[in-house]
Design a protein around this ligand. Structure first.
Ligand code: NAD
Length: 541
């Protein structure tokens, strides 16, 4: 049936990825739905179709080819696409998301086949609501929106950044079971300042410089207002905005609508969960740590803010908690009295002499944890890592910059240069490393552990705001999913193949804190989990 209740049949069924089962249509369906003759005669089960697709998938020679292959499948047969993703999650996440999605965004115009999601451009000012009403689904639960200005660590990719909302929403479906028809990717095309794209005759976006100031704000505001009337139940996730807009827009809208910023708050929760796991390995407490960040942008201050919230929850006064977090930006150590500090850094500008480089900051501050969110590759040098190992028995080293080419160090470098002492997590996946016969399994501080569960919890609780407490409880719930066996291998996060269970655990914790009535808190854990499982989309025929 289509949305008007009209029965769809024949070729129309085959060409709609939501209804298409391809060779999976049964004998009865082929007769009843006028499909006889439109398909080869043999009927295949979903499992058999999956096997065929996996053979072809593994024959693709590059990760980008695999990405294109999966995109084509998503355009053809949505159920099969999600079945494959769910059954081979560890293999698929690096293809549909980081690191491959970075390459896919760079080549977005070249690999473009069929439009997916909604494009709202600066030319549409004044009629954004009309565009939203063109979207074929009404019951949208999650919107992921970007303006393409800071795509991963790759910078301004303009409209090519649409690969990110598309990938993130596929993850909402795979990891937390949010039905695909309830997910809406949005590109706010406000132009691009990327000269290469502006010169490219095949670029798909507006070939103009970015709009800014009140013109930009008014377009974003019109979009937000339109979502409230067209999709009033939707959770809005801001994604990959440049930090000046990311922080500002979050501040502007967080108390007005149901929204969050994944680069700030999702990253913070996943990093905090990794720190909780690391303290179990170290047998220390959160309040025993001193954090030094390389990078002082939205990810760094987002993580620092949540660490402060978490330390305060453990009894440390806020001022002391803030003094446990130090930032190094492109100029050097962020200290009190430094000229023209951006407002988001001020809370972390402490009394200290200015130091111009990371190594001097490590030697002077003696951090227990080094967190890389600078987008600058190879900045955790051998000297820096050796200094961390000299100061700490088990230094925490998180090199979170994405994609892999931007990582502050590799897992191998972190383990080797600290003589296997480091407790490591990367932003992208790294293979296990063996040093002197001991094998380390690097963690991946992937936001996918957090945002799908947060989305599901918000959707299920009907909450209208996403508070800091949501991310604190999500981080705790994620950390609780890490077993002692995982920790013994150096893993700070649970294996990705348990992601649906992880998302359910995150979502139940979110439901409890997000529900203002306090009603859900009183329900037994098992009942909450059952409710969430009943909501989850399962790709099957
Ligand atoms: P941002 O642009 O807001 O911040 C980047 C910061 O790095 C700025 O403060 C800048 O001053 C600083 N910087 C630039 N060059 C530097 C240098 N040479 N030395 C020290 N600092 C330098 O970006 P963001 O949103 O904070 O993201 C930063 C990085 O973190 C990106 O690569 C992104 O992919 C990564 N990230 C990873 C995850 C994750 O793995 N879960 C999540 C979010 C962001």
């Amino acid at each position: 049936m289509d949305q008007e209740g009209k029965r769809i049949a024949g070729a129309e069924l085959l060409y709609d990825p939501r209804t298409n089962k391809g060779t999976g249509f049964t004998e009865q369906e082929r007769d009843a739905l006028q499909l006889r003759g439109l398909l080869p005669p043999r009927v295949f089960t979903l499992e058999q179709q999956t096997a065929r697709i996996m053979n072809n998938f593994r024959r693709q020679t590059s990760d980008l080819d695999k990405y294109i292959f999966l995109g084509a499948l998503q355009d053809r047969n949505e159920t099969l696409f999600y079945r494959i993703l769910l059954d081979h999650i560890e293999e698929m996440v690096p293809i549909i998301y980081t690191p491959t999605v970075g390459e896919a965004c760079k080549q977005f115009a070249d690999i473009f086949r069929r439009s997916r999601g909604l494009y709202v451009s600066a030319k549409d000012a004044g009629r954004v609501e009309e565009l939203l009403r063109n979207w074929p689904e009404r019951d949208v639960a999650v919107i992921v929106v970007t303006d393409g200005e800071r795509i991963l660590g790759l910078g301004d990719l303009g409209t090519n950044g649409m690969g990110i909302p598309i990938g993130k929403l596929a993850l909402y479906t795979v990891c937390a079971g949010i039905p695909p028809e309830r997910c809406l990717p949005v590109m706010l095309d406000v132009g691009t300042n990327n000269e290469e794209l502006l010169r490219d005759p095949l670029y798909l976006g507006l070939a103009q410089k970015r709009i800014s100031g009140s013109q930009y704000d008014s377009l974003v505001d019109e979009f937000i207002q339109a979502t409230q009337s067209v999709f009033p139940k939707a959770l809005i996730q801001f994604e990959d905005f440049a930090n000046r807009n990311a922080i500002r827009l979050l501040e502007k809208y967080r108390d007005r609508i149901c929204c969050f910023n994944d680069d700030i708050q999702g990253t913070a929760a996943v990093a905090l969960a990794g720190v909780y796991s690391a303290t179990r390995i170290q047998r220390t407490k959160l309040v025993d740590q001193t954090f030094l960040f390389l990078g002082a942008g939205s990810a760094a201050t987002g993580i620092a803010d949540l660490l402060v919230t978490a330390m305060c929850a453990e009894g440390l006064p806020e001022q002391q908690a803030r003094r446990r977090c130090w930032l190094v930006d492109s100029t050097g150590l962020v200290v009190k009295g430094r000229d023209r500090l951006a407002p988001h850094k001020v809370a972390y500008a402490h009394d200290h002499e200015f130091l111009g480089d990371l190594l001097s900051a490590v030697r002077s501050l003696k951090p227990t944890a080094l967190i890389g969110v600078s987008g600058q590759p190879k900045t955790f040098t051998r000297d820096v890592l050796e200094a961390m190992a000299a100061i700490n028995d088990t230094p925490i080293v998180f090199a979170l910059s994405n994609p892999t080419s931007k990582a502050e160090c590799t897992a191998e470098e972190a383990y080797r240069w600290t003589n296997g002492q480091a407790v490591f997590a990367g932003g992208s996946p790294f293979p296990p490393v063996t040093i002197d016969g001991r094998t380390f399994v690097p963690g991946q501080g992937n936001n996918v552990y957090i945002f799908p569960g947060v989305g599901l919890g918000i959707m299920a609780s009907g909450a209208s705001r996403v508070t800091d407490q949501v991310f604190l409880s999500a981080a705790r719930a994620l950390a609780d999913q890490v077993s002692d066996e995982h920790l013994a291998e150096g893993r700070l996060y649970p294996p990705l193949n348990s992601i649906r269970d992880v998302s359910i655990a995150v979502a139940t914790s979110v439901m409890k804190v997000a529900d203002r009535s306090g009603r859900l808190c009183k329900l037994p854990q098992r009942e909450l989990e059952e409710r969430l499982k009943a909501l989850a989309y399962v790709p099957s025929y």
